[in-house]
Ligand binder design. Structure first.
Ligand code: FE2
Ligand code: FE2
Length: 345
């Protein structure tokens, strides 16, 4: 009953909690789980730990144990300290995914009133599915699972009248490659539906969005974790990630060829100054400009170790001002529709 003890003494301890996860920790054995996906009154099927900074090191203390029935009042002290995550062990990943599936089924029975809660759970499920996918030797089955989740998100967005506020609230504010991918996916699906595109089209862009940075998992850790600026050689290396991602997905028929093209082009600019090909707008897939914009938007509005999160307004202003050698980097009409979508215009 270590967890019980720990919970009781937690308020009297003077410890310091870090809100950000270590960046790009895809090999870490403790995985964050957002508190908003936990079910009060239900039995836990895995252990949950609190992450604590202990001098130089991080330590994980058991906070709830497998078999305990979650009492809502255990979460209150965490909320007061602005703690949004507990951690589970990598070995329990399948258990956690099954738990989230159960939660989705329970919410399903409660009907449309639970849409936002459901989107939160779907987002976290997708997040963990991606974590599994990005490290799996065989991508195929995981990709299909991820795409099924995109369908469920579309269903939820269609069922409840889509509001930008809701989309904003379900985005993940802590940066990791998975959170970023899930955010871009949620934004892409929401934006496509806002533009009146079909479910099939929204699904295609949403699924492509999940895998735009898959190729990053093959870039050397040394480059990814580098604090300062990159050397020209390191920058060239990083610029390979769209092609690597596309190649990694090749042969997984569930994502149509167009998906591969969108992944390859997600860093192409409207004025032809992007990479890897430097394609002019007319030679890009018509939705590349949407992906390019949402990717940048999410990156700037999310907390990163080297800078605070920017507000949506400041980010949009900044993106609007980005000029390449031959004109705006972000296609102005797409940017305007996005601003309308966010209801900021
Ligand atoms: Fe990228
Ligand atoms: Fe990105």
């Amino acid at each position: 009953m270590r967890a019980q003890h720990f919970r009781q003494s937690i308020l009297s301890l003077g410890f310091k909690v870090f809100h950000c996860q270590p960046v790009r920790d895809w090999s870490a054995s403790y995985i964050p789980l957002n508190l908003r996906v936990l079910m009060a009154g239900e039995r836990l099927t895995f252990n949950l730990f609190l992450k604590i900074n202990d001098g130089e090191d991080f330590k994980y203390f058991p906070y709830m144990e497998e078999g305990e029935v979650l009492d809502a009042k255990w979460l209150a002290p965490l909320a007061r300290m602005d703690i949004k995550h507990l951690y589970f062990q990598q070995k329990d990943l399948d258990q956690v995914l099954a738990y989230l599936n159960n939660h989705l089924q329970l919410l399903e029975m409660e009907g449309a009133a639970q849409s936002k809660k459901k989107l939160n759970v779907l987002g976290e499920h997708l997040n963990l599915t991606l974590r599994q996918t990005f490290s799996a030797p065989r991508l195929g089955p995981h990709i299909k699972l991820a795409e099924k989740q995109v369908d469920r998100i579309i269903e939820e967005f269609n069922r409840d009248k889509l509001s930008p506020k809701m989309v904003w609230e379900i985005l993940y504010r802590n940066y990791s490659l998975y959170n970023h991918s899930v955010n871009v996916c949620l934004l892409a699906v929401a934006m496509m539906l806002f533009l009146g595109k079909s479910n099939r089209e929204s699904r295609l862009l949403g699924s492509a969005a999940l895998f735009i940075d898959l190729g990053m998992t093959r870039i050397s850790e040394r480059i990814l974790n580098k604090a300062g600026g990159l050397t020209p050689e390191e920058w060239e290396e990083t610029k390979k990630h769209p092609l690597i991602g596309k190649q990694m997905l090749r042969g997984h028929s569930s994502l149509p060829a167009e998906g591969g093209q969108l992944i390859l082009e997600h860093h192409e600019n409207a004025d032809g100054s992007g990479y890897p090909e430097g394609l002019s707008l007319t030679r890009q897939h018509p939705w590349t400009r949407i992906l390019r914009l949402l990717d940048a938007y999410d990156a700037f509005t999310t907390f990163r170790p080297h800078r605070p999160a920017q507000t949506p307004f400041a980010t949009l202003k900044f993106l609007q001002k980005q000029e390449g050698p031959r004109g705006p980097v972000f296609e102005p009409r797409t940017l305007m529709s996005f601003i309308r979508f966010l209801a900021l215009a």
